[in-house]
Design a protein. Sequence first.
Length: 117
Amino acid sequence: QVQLVESGGGLVQAGGSLRLSCAASGSIFSINAMGWYRQAPGNERELVAPITSDGRTNYADSVKGRFTISRDNAKNAVYLQMNSLKPEDTAVYYCFVDVGPYHSLYWGQGTQVTVAS
């Protein structure tokens, strides 16, 4: 089993910044992709940003230029630096990891990000 622990959510004013962290532990043989999804009330879960094992990244159009994803392979950790936050970024943010040869997916418990206007 793999456990993910997230931190860094909270309440921030529009235009502010937050940094989310997610650390994976447990039976980890190899981590493929890592990343972040988010889900706002009444909306489907949205892929925010993934990062591959060799550092390739991708971003949802809504966050390009404002969010930066990074990972520390030695710590099995992934981070999401969120700048110029907008009220529409308000959501629960979930980290995920894609592990092993069969691409098993594991999820964090979610962390609330609230952006006040």
